[in-house]
Every structure is written in structure tokens, then in C-alpha cells.
Design a protein. Structure first.
Ligand code: GUN
Length: 300
């Protein structure tokens, strides 16, 4: 079977067009411009490339956007005070601190310091709690993007056997929670989560109708580990080399070439989940702006 390619790039583009129109309307009808600040500490090349893409997208959609670069040796206290400044800034509706942070800074403390009403990453415990009990709040961008991809690709999730490989706070745990929720349009799945202590990963992956892989290691899922007709969502972004022009060569956590022979549908890397993460960040920022302005919003 030749797998259908689920293009996150194309689906993202559709949603970005929808958001662009919405931003224009918010400006015209309500004088409201969504505001996003992305804070980058240090110069980790992957982080630089992610925040650059986030800022470019925010700018394209017509946001008020600030890229705030801070030195690698900024103190925890100074970073907390910067967050406090943006918490109080009425032009800013969304605050994103790019992770990972340098070792001398406690990530938890930083995430906790962001006003939950500006937490467009959906990492603050208030938003995580709301997600777990199914209350409106900010959903984390990558899991939210996966849900939208499945929805727009027409994948039947209700009643499906979903297997998630990986249990991170950013992807594995939240995507498992969201997919098992009694929620529409995507939810109601039976979910299994595999992790580093799982005895027989293949036993589980072979049962999956939908397989979501966020293991953080290149090509760990191969064709012999999946069943015919599976839908595969590959969350991995692994840098496995550099082109002569200096561009990163990327691959997913799934061995695309062998798995695509058995899958009904699969996301590519790059061009799959990655663009959706950025798009859902933009969506969260628009919803944050509406919420701050007292307009109906999906985040309550
Ligand atoms: N680092 C890797 N992914 C993410 C993300 O979604 N948000 C933030 N803030 N940092 C990240």
C-alpha cells in the first residue's frame, strides 16, 4: 500500500489563511492586534531556528510581535523580572519562553511565572490541569496540532486504538490525554503509552490503528513494527547531518521509507507536525487576544 502523505505544511497554510483573515477582522472591528513575545536565552541553533520561524509567522499574520533575545548568562532573577514585565504589558497577549533553558535556570520556575492567561505554549500547570479535566484553556501546541492534522486529514479517531511512543510533558502525555478525552471533533480513542521501560514496544505498535511517535530518537519505528493500514504521526525532528550549504538534514523518529509501505497515511519530516506546532501557537495567541478583550474565545 502506498501511504497517503498528510501534509502539515498544506494544512498549516489553510489555517494560517483563516487566522490572517481573523486578525484583519479583529483589527478592523475591535481595534485589537494580537501580541506575541518570544523570549530566547542564548544561541542554541535549533532554538534560534524555531523562534525565527515563529516570529516570521507572527509577522506574516499581522501580529504585534517582539523577539526578545537574552544572553546565555542571564540570571534567573532577571528572566523572572522580564516575564513580569510582559505579564503586565497590555499589548502582549502571549508569552513564549523557548526551551530548553541554560542549566543554571529552573525551567519550572520560569513556566510558573508566566500569567496562565498569556501561556500560549499551554505549559503552565493551570492550563495543564484544565486540559486534563477537559475545561477550556490553552492546549499545548504540538498535541493540539496533531489533533487538527488528524481531523483535517479525515482520520476516524473515535474508538480507534491509539499508541503513543514517548511520555514527555510537551507531547506524549498531553496527546494521550487529549485523544482519550470525550471531546469533539477528535477524541474518544483507546490510548496506550509506550516509554523507555515498556517491555515489548512492537507488541503495542503492531496493534495501533493510529501511531504517534515522539520518542526523540531517529528512525526507531520501522516497517516490521506496524500493521497494514496504520495512520502514523511522526513528531520527531532529528538533525542527522548538514548539507554542503550548511543546512540541517532532518529525519523523524519513524523510518519513513519502510513504514510508508504499510501505512494508510503518514506525516513527513520535515513538513508534517512541525509547521502545525507553529500554527497552533498563532491560534492560541489569537484566542488569548480575544479573551483579554472580552470577546468569545476558545480558551475561556
Ligand atoms: N522547545 C521545543 N518545543 C518547544 C515548544 O513547543 N515551546 C517552547 N517554548 N519551547 C520548545
Amino acid at each position: 500500500m502506498a501511504a497517503k502523505i498528510i501534509s502539515g505544511k498544506e494544512i498549516s497554510q489553510q489555517i494560517r489563511e483563516e487566522l490572517k483573515k481573523e486578525v484583519q477582522e479583529l483589527k478592523e472591528k475591535h481595534g485589537l492586534t494580537p501580541g506575541l513575545v518570544t523570549i530566547l536565552v542564548g544561541e542554541n541553533p535549533a532554538s534560534v531556528s524555531y523562534v525565527t520561524a515563529k516570529q516570521r509567522t507572527a509577522h506574516d499574520l499581522g501580529f504585534y510581535s517582539i523577539q526578545d533575545n537574552q544572553p546565555e548568562d542571564i540570571t534567573e532573577e532577571a528572566l523572572l523580572s522580564l516575564i513580569d514585565q510582559y505579564n503586565k504589558d497590555p499589548k502582549i497577549h502571549g508569552i513564549l519562553v523557548q526551551l530548553p533553558l541554560p542549566k543554571h535556570i529552573d525551567e519550572k520556575k520560569i513556566i510558573h511565572a508566566i500569567d496562565p492567561r498569556k501561556d500560549v505554549d499551554g505549559f503552565h500547570p493551570v492550563n495543564v490541569g484544565k486540559m486534563v479535566i477537559g475545561e477550556p484553556g490553552f492546549l499545548p501546541c504540538t498535541p493540539h496540532g496533531i489533533l487538527v492534522l488528524l481531523d483535517r486529514a479525515g482520520v476516524e479517531v473515535s474508538g480507534a486504538e491509539v499508541v503513543v511512543v514517548g511520555r514527555s510533558n510537551i507531547v506524549g502525555k498531553p496527546v494521550a490525554i487529549l485523544l482519550m478525552q470525550k471531546r469533539k471533533p477528535v477524541g474518544n480513542a483507546t490510548v496506550t503509552v509506550c516509554h523507555t521501560a515498556t517491555k515489548d514496544v512492537t507488541f503495542h505498535t503492531k496493534r495501533a490503528d493510529i501511531l504517534i511517535v515522539a520518542a526523540g530518537r531517529p528512525k526507531v519505528i520501522t516497517g516490521d513494527m506496524v500493521k497494514e493500514g496504520v495512520v502514523v504521526i511522526d513528531v520527531g525532528v532529528n538533525r542527522i547531518g548538514t548539507t554542503p550549504e550548511g543546512k540541517a538534514i532532518l529525519c523523524g523518529d519513524v523510518d519513513f521509507d519502510s513504514v510508508k509501505e504499510k501505512a494508510a497515511a503518514i506525516t513527513p519530516v520535515p513538513g508534517g507536525v512541525g509547521p502545525m506546532t507553529i500554527t497552533m501557537l498563532m491560534k492560541n495567541t489569537v484566542e488569548a487576544a480575544k479573551s483579554w478583550a472580552g470577546l468569545p474565545s476558545e480558551v475561556g
